[in-house]
Design a protein around this ligand. Structure first.
Ligand code: SF4
Length: 400
């Protein structure tokens, strides 16, 4: 595990309207940062704000809609608020006036079912103090303390910050290594990176940058070459690389060029291990051989900027998969974290991209409906390795 600088804990603030959620966020930020939707009253999206929280460090606070919101738009807001449970590390439920009713119970049960740790804060306690009956009832039901809080009391502020820091799970700060653990300090790792029309001009794609950083973090030596130089580069390399990581697009070609004494995998497979549902991908990938005529394949790419994986998801994987299976397959490609065009049960298999812009929690939750429905899941790199006959070599080093 490593503690990445970009691993910011995400905290969702929940509660009824006018419970003081926004004031609480201002207070946590340590300043008056009014958090308002750019289109207040018309947008359905929860509002995110990056800020430094004493005791926690950089964090993202998510101000959600009131759980008692009403009307068609209100229902949409609540639904979007519940979606944030898929990405937050900690939930804070704000109550006032000892009002812990059916809405709050439903919400806490959602926290529990999404495995999200939570705190319950009784706000505005200077106006209506927390009653023992309320705190005991909540404690008996959920084995959690209720924090009595008032924004006008500085001592309460410190108590709140301490409680937040204590409740934040360690997983909010850490992420699995991407390449670390696959080589020893001082070993050389070769990155094979096609520089073609799809490569963003003047820079490397994000998975390559992430791999470089991770190798350096684990005291390895980074070597980089283009796919046409691989044989020549390896024959002259000193030290000889112990591991080669290739872009999945050239897996077929590179598989025969990298000698067998050098481990070989792809950026996408490393991302699958680091931030995907890797155990289920390993189970699901062999199902590619069982696809039948008429089967529908769901391809999920997690970003919407379409600069790096667009061609892979929309063209190359469908093309390779049709050639490999010799079946009449149908493909749906969905970008970002938007809704699926069909019921998940309409799909024979789901192929998820590396998710380089997402957290592990987001990727796992993205494929969870398919896993829950018993639909095989895999990822771009694992699919491409399978199609090109180098799957065992590409995942063998993970020894699962
Ligand atoms: S999020 Fe997915 S589709 Fe977007 S660049 Fe990363 S791996 Fe590719």
């Amino acid at each position: 595990m490593s503690r990445g600088k970009d691993s910011k804990p995400h905290i969702g603030i929940f509660g009824r309207r006018n419970n003081g959620k926004s004031s609480l966020i201002n207070l946590l930020a340590g300043k008056e940062t009014a958090i308002v939707s750019p289109l207040a009253g018309t947008t359905t999206d929860p509002v995110k704000k990056s800020m430094e929280i004493p005791g926690i460090g950089p964090a993202v606070l998510i101000d959600t809609a009131g759980i008692d919101d009403s009307g068609e738009l209100g229902m949409k807001r609540i639904s979007k608020s519940l979606d944030t449970l898929k990405i937050i590390d900690l939930a804070v439920l704000v109550i006032v006036d000892n009002n812990f009713g059916h809405e709050e119970e439903k919400l806490v049960n959602s926290f529990i079912s999404h495995d999200v740790p939570f705190l319950i804060i009784h706000n505005k306690s200077d106006l209506v103090p927390l009653e023992l009956k309320t705190s005991n009832s909540i404690k008996n039901s959920y084995q959690c303390e209720v924090i009595e809080f008032s924004a006008v009391n500085a001592l309460d502020n410190n108590q709140l910050l301490t409680a937040l820091a204590a409740a934040m799970p360690e997983s909010a700060y850490t992420s699995n290594a991407m390449v670390g653990g696959l080589f020893k300090p001082g070993d050389a790792v070769l990155l094979i990176t096609p520089i073609d029309n799809e490569a963003p001009h003047g820079r490397m794609i994000l998975p390559q940058v992430q791999a470089i950083r991770d190798i350096l973090d684990y005291d390895g030596i980074v070597m980089i070459c283009k796919e046409n130089d691989v044989e020549d580069f390896i024959s002259k390399a000193n030290p000889r690389p112990v591991l080669a990581i290739t872009d999945s697009q050239v897996f077929g070609k590179i598989g025969s060029l990298v000698p067998n004494d050098i481990s070989l995998t792809s950026f996408s497979i490393l991302l699958a291990r680091q931030r995907g549902d890797f155990a289920n991908y390993l189970k699901g990938t062999p199902y590619l051989d069982k696809l039948m005529d008429g089967d529908r394949v769901l391809i999920l790419e997690s970003c919407t900027h379409h600069v790096t994986c667009d061609d892979i998801g929309r063209h190359k994987i469908p093309h390779w998969l049709k050639n490999y299976t010799k079946k009449e397959l149908q493909f749906d490609v969905v970008s970002g974290l938007g809704n699926l065009p069909r019921d998940i049960n309409d799909y024979a298999i789901l192929i998820q991209c590396g998710g380089c812009v997402l957290t592990r929690k987001q990727v796992v939750n993205r494929v969870k409906p398919a896993v829950d429905a018993g639909i095989p899941v895999t990822n771009y790199g694992m699919t491409i390795a399978w199609i090109h006959g180098i799957y065992d070599r590409a995942v063998g080093m993970f020894q699962l």
